[in-house]
Design a protein around this ligand. Structure first.
Ligand code: PEP
Ligand code: MN
Length: 630
């Protein structure tokens, strides 16, 4: 049962409730939230919930109806996110674990680790104790293999996962491994589960090849009951009457487990199919079905592999699979987890006018001289180094992988409205947050090759927005051919390359200066009230902004009458001022919407946090995109 404690419960009352439950044979797990604290009480004895409800300090008692308790969604509504080194597993992410079936030698694991990392794997797999069907098959290198695995993990920055097979190995394995794997044959080895649950490490529990989903959830409950709160499930195929593939991959386990449990689920298409060319299609299907990640066997020379060669991918096949996952993830609104090149060095945040901001690399979309670059210059007061990217998504990727420290993206224009692509990207990248905003006035200029006169011009190039925003000025020159270009600054770069007096461009003053072109007419935009608001984005690991004034939130609403009203009512009742509300369709779910809300953060930030806890209950998938100064 879940015992919700009153907000103002005192220490004596809390101790009393705990003792009472323990005296009745319950095991207690305390979960402290911003707003309320709960005791997850798990026991075999029946207890009338009213006996607990009357205790001082208890707010209410919610029974858990499932046979598994701690792992159930009833116990915890939100997805559990497991942090392993720099990688998060769960939530809106797809993680890829890859490596050989077995660690065979120091060289083999090092070579494979570098290869899979290069293609985008973030966790390294490799068995050292191999449970093999035949006692004559290669049994693994044992502790020596663990040493090589750890070495390869350290050399590449990847956390490592390997299987534990014996209750006597716990303490030894703890030293080498980041995630412990329980293999299919041991899913119901309850003595092993009890020991592994208490080791203080994340555990990946593979589904028994003849186990039901409920049996897997019950097995996970053993881990949880013995202290483990970082569990991943792994669907690796079950035994059916089909013999073509090694096992039958039960993809439907993914949505089922996601509904019944708050823990993430990983899919192993290698052991599921046993056939190399079936691995990638099933990996993609698993991602499409909502898996939180995949674990794939890759070997530099599969024909020489000491175990599971026929199902091991060649490195080129793995590389192609990773590219396909990159293309698929945005459709599902997910971020593909990446290993950061380095831990972000940005400690002192911009606008604090600190010299150490100098040299901060900031990604933007467009050519040099773009309005986004101008926003960087304005925000960082010349202290940053702008890095040009082709697409908005590249800006997010650049921040996520640590290629640049920060990024900047336009969110809305006062005339043109929201730049929806960037709102969608903010949703897709849960490991990125907003740390600042910059508004700039958009001033358009007619830019020409030096020495050009108005009468020389035949064509004028700009982004369609640039042309549209200068329509009134352009009406006076009907003889000019207006040509849409992909980028305002790019159009200046083009006329600078061609050096023709008959070409003109419409762009910022900065672009004219950068490409050494001349401004023939300035401020030619129809409406002078033309502003664009940019968001400065950073990896989650960057320190939070001190004394934030504004927060950007996003949430979906529950499917019930008045749902949006109830959400907004929470803001109103907590005296939080809303400054923007906008809805966006949820990709792939027609006629369902996410709501983007900007609010002012009160001086007493605890009020904001407690308001968010309340809002969480009235909405779905609430995320604070960032808190920042304006
Ligand atoms: C493995 O992942 O190395 C393995 C042996 O898998 P399974 O337990 O699923 O057969
Ligand atoms: Mn294997």
């Amino acid at each position: 049962m879940i015992v919700v404690l009153k907000h103002n419960i005192n220490a004596d009352e809390k101790a009393f409730v705990r003792e009472f439950l323990e005296s009745r044979g319950f095991k207690i797990k305390e979960i402290v939230g911003e707003e309320e604290t709960i005791f997850g009480a798990v026991g075999i004895v029946g207890l009338d919930k009213r006996e607990v409800e009357v205790l001082p300090g208890v707010s209410n008692v919610i029974p858990i109806t499932k046979p598994y308790k701690l792992v159930s969604r009833e116990f915890k509504k939100d997805d559990t996110i497991i942090q392993v080194g720099p990688i998060k597993i769960g939530g809106n992410r797809v993680v890829t674990m890859a490596g050989p079936c077995s660690v065979e030698s120091r060289e083999q694991i090092l070579e494979t680790a570098h290869m899979v990392k290069e293609s985008g794997a973030v966790i390294l797999r490799g068995g050292a104790f191999k449970p093999r069907t035949s006692p004559y098959a290669f049994q693994g290198l044992g502790e020596e293999g663990l040493k090589y695995l750890k070495l390869a993990g350290e050399a590449t920055g990847m956390p490592v996962i390997t299987e534990i097979v014996s209750i006597t190995h716990g303490d030894m394995m703890k030293e080498y491994v980041d995630i412990l794997q329980i293999g299919t044959r041991n899913m119901q080895n309850f003595e092993l589960l009890k020991i592994v649950g208490g080791l203080g490490k994340p555990v990946m529990l593979k589904r028994g090849y003849a186990a039901t989903i409920e049996e897997m959830l019950m097995a996970a409950e053993y881990l949880a009951a013995h202290g483990c709160d970082e569990i991943m499930f792994c669907e690796r195929g079950i035994r059916t009457f089909e013999t073509y593939t090694r096992n039958t991959l039960d993809l439907s386990a993914i949505p089922v487990v996601k509904k019944l449990s708050h823990f993430p689920i990983i899919v192993d298409p290698s052991h599921a199919t046993g056939i190399r060319e079936k691995v990638s299609p099933m990996a993609l299907a698993a991602v499409a079905a909502g898996a939180d990640g995949i674990i794939v066997e890759v070997h530099p020379e599969p024909e020489k592999a000491l175990s599971d060669g026929p199902q091991s991918l060649y490195p080129v096949m793995f590389e192609k699979l990773m590219r396909d996952i990159q293309a698929l993830a945005p459709v599902l609104n997910k971020e593909v987890s990446r290993l950061p090149d380095k831990v972000s060095p940005v400690q002192v945040l911009p606008k604090q006018k600190d010299a150490s901001v100098k040299g901060t690399k900031v990604a933007f979309q467009g050519e040099r001289g773009a309005f986004s670059e101008k926003a960087i210059i304005r925000y960082f007061e010349n202290g940053a180094e702008p890095v040009a990217c082709t697409e908005f998504r590249d800006v997010f990727e650049s921040v996520l992988t640590g290629k640049t420290d920060l990024g900047i993206v336009p969110l809305e224009n006062s005339l043109g409205g929201s730049i929806h692509q960037n709102f969608d990207l903010l949703l897709q990248y849960p490991d990125i947050k907003i740390i600042g905003e910059q508004k700039i006035r958009i001033v358009h200029n007619l830019i020409v090759v030096p020495g050009t006169q108005l009468k020389d011009i035949k064509r004028v190039y700009s982004h369609p927005q640039g042309l549209a925003q200068c329509a009134k000025f352009l009406e006076d020159y009907p003889q000019w051919h207006k040509v849409a270009y992909y980028d305002t600054a790019g159009s200046v770069a083009m006329i600078a390359r061609e050096k023709l007096k008959e070409n003109a461009a419409i762009a910022s003053e900065e672009a004219a200066v950068f490409y050494k072109m001349e401004i023939l007419k300035n401020s030619i935009e129809t409406n002078a009230q033309n502003y664009t608001r940019f968001a400065v984005i950073a990896p989650l690991a960057v320190e939070d902004v001190k004394n934030p004034q504004k927060a950007s939130l996003v949430f979906a609403i529950l499917d019930k009458p008045g749902a949006l009203y109830h959400g907004l009512k929470v803001l109103s009742e907590n005296d939080i001022n809303m400054t923007k509300l906008e809805s966006r369709p949820i990709p792939g779910q027609p006629w369902e919407y996410m709501f983007y809300v900007d609010v002012q953060v009160p001086d007493d930030i605890t009020k904001f946090h407690s308001c968010m806890e309340k809002l969480k209950k009235e909405t779905d998938h609430l995320r604070v995109l960032g808190m920042y100064r304006v």
